[in-house]
Design a protein around this ligand. Structure first.
Ligand code: THU
Length: 131
């Protein structure tokens, strides 16, 4: 099950637009209804307008009407020192996902599984956001 999700993240990484960092990332988000939405990082010359793979996948899913998620796979084919979603993506995920969201991270020579609660134990919340 999660192997399939990771394979989808690896496939999505092939679409990464990363001419500045040369660091490709793919993400696959599993919805509670079993559907999967994928995303890749899309960089921009302004750098700050870059969108990570995780948010690309989440925004695609929410744009399609999904609000409930159970797992996220992220993959890079490129080598790195540590690999998990960045803090901005974790905060964005926390808007829709519970602390039990599984986050599966794979990179060359590494495979780690976390929960959202482990990676972001103290999310910012205004309240009133969840519909
Ligand atoms: N990036 C992601 O897409 N997801 C992550 O988990 C970490 C970083 C992207 C942003 C940027 O395009 C490139 O990787 C280098 O930071």
């Amino acid at each position: 099950m999660y192997e399939e999700l990771t394979a989808k993240a690896a496939q999505a990484a092939k679409n990464a637009y990363a001419p500045y960092s040369h660091f490709a990332v793919g993400a696959a988000l599993l919805c509670a209804d079993g559907t999967v939405f994928c995303g890749c990082n899309v960089e921009n010359a302004s750098y700050s307008a870059t969108v990570c793979a995780e948010r690309s996948a989440l925004f695609a899913a929410v744009s399609a009407g999904k609000r409930h998620f159970t797992a996220l796979a992220v993959h890079t084919p490129d080598s790195c020192e540590a690999f998990c979603p960045c803090a901005v993506c974790l905060q964005t995920l926390s808007e829709f996902c519970g602390s039990d969201l599984k986050i599966l991270c794979t990179a060359p020579g590494r495979q780690e599984t976390y929960t959202l609660g482990e990676l972001l134990p103290h999310a910012f919340r205004l309240g009133g956001g969840t519909e």
